[in-house]
Write a protein that binds this ligand. Structure first.
Ligand code: NAD
Length: 347
């Protein structure tokens, strides 16, 4: 079991990893609305209001936010009460958004139940819903006061979901955490066999790494939080080029390979970094090239999407490049230069 606290700007975030979530949540004093994925069976949880949700991308909609708010309003929930979100990233995003706007913010507890939720979506305070068919258009930055990670949830999670989340973990290791890189290199069998001690270590390091970045640049204003976007510029382009048929985790896996190659070709990374990136991704059976994705990826659509990247400023893209394993640097790459490199990589 691990527990620690981080101060993110004006909020204290308590993190508990590897403890029974029912025990942990029942020990919270106060009224609780538990909003949870319908796919999960929750037993023994004390709650004043239970709101089951369908999960998946379609749940990230304003109508879900309004229905959560309506139920809390009818029950007279006030600012001293808690909202507890139990589910994967989609549930956490929509419940986080609802809790951030209801009475300008109720205390939020995140209980991620997917691996991606544990290492990424449940951490860092980004909430949101999709709008007009585009992801995360409406949202807030709102830190949970507590994050409770119970690894037992992973027992029922398909291995494919573990693999997709692993792409984000590998991203942390490549840019921020050489020790995590070494741990992943040595413990692949334990991690993929869902050994709970190994998963605890991986989740712990990932949460620490992400929160360590978020606390320096909570609102993506200082050019630091962009490191969490390593692999995502080309990754998003691949998703767009495949009409979103390629899953996010696999798209960013190939995206990391391309971006590491670009960093090397532009002379920003030490020799051998690309080989190290390829080696770890392959160890976890993640794709390293477009032809391993099993989907048609339109290069034209992909290159167009690069222009819409949220890191574009004045005709250049702020790219977080790995300089050596566990270290990175921001480089502003002109859009046309990036498109040129991307085209080579996506062919
Ligand atoms: N806020 C952020 O910082 C952030 C970061 C990364 C991703 N996200 C968002 O997260 C979402 C993706 O999250 P996700 O991959 O968790 O998807 P998801 O929420 O759709 O969950 C995936 C599937 O796993 C099921 N599931 C949940 N817990 C389970 C368990 N313990 N055992 C078995 N099945 C379980 C769900 O019912 C669902 O079918 C996207 O909308 C993405 O935009 C947000």
């Amino acid at each position: 079991m691990r527990s620690f606290q981080e101060q993110v700007c004006c909020s204290q975030v308590d993190v508990v990893i590897g403890k029974d979530y029912v025990e942990e949540l029942n020990s919270i004093n106060g009224r609780k609305a538990v909003v949870f994925s319908k796919n999960l069976k929750l037993e023994g949880l004390e709650a004043d209001l239970l709101i089951p949700l369908d999960d998946g991308e379609q749940a990230k909609d304003l109508s879900t936010v309004l229905s959560i708010a309506r139920e809390m309003f009818e029950k007279g929930f006030d600012r001293g009460d808690y909202v507890i979100a139990v589910g994967g990233g989609t549930v956490l995003d929509v419940v986080g958004f609802a809790s951030s706007i209801y009475l300008r913010g109720l205390k939020l507890v995140n209980v991620p139940t997917t691996f991606l939720g544990m290492v990424d979506a449940g951490i860092g305070g980004k909430t949101g819903v999709n709008f007009q068919g585009i992801k995360n258009v409406l949202g807030t930055f709102y830190q949970p006061s507590k994050i409770v990670i119970d690894l037992k949830f992973l027992r029922t999670l398909p291995i494919e979901e573990l693999k997709k989340g692993m792409a984000e973990v590998i991203k942390y290791s490549l840019t921020l955490d050489k020790e995590l890189y070494d741990y992943l290199s040595l413990n692949k069998d334990r991690v993929m066999a869902k050994d709970e001690d190994a998963l605890e270590e991986v989740v712990y390091r990932s949460v620490k790494d992400k929160l360590g970045v978020v606390k320096q640049d909570e609102r993506e204003e200082k050019g630091i939080r962009i490191v969490l976007n390593f692999g995502h510029t080309i990754g998003h382009a691949i998703e767009a080029g495949s009409d979103f048929k390629v899953p996010h985790g696999y798209a960013i896996s190939v995206g990391m390979v391309c971006e590491a190659k670009i960093a090397e070709e532009m002379g920003y990374s030490e020799e051998g970094v690309v080989e190290d990136v390829l080696w770890l991704l392959q160890l976890y059976n993640l794709p390293i090239s477009v032809d391993q994705l099993g989907q048609n990826v339109s290069v034209e659509k992909a290159l167009k999407a690069i222009g819409k990247d949220k890191k574009v400023r004045g005709g250049a893209v702020m790219m977080p490049f790995p300089t050596r394993i566990g270290d990175w640097k921001r480089v502003d790459v002109p859009l046309e230069t990036l498109r040129g490199f991307a085209e080579q990589c996506l062919k």
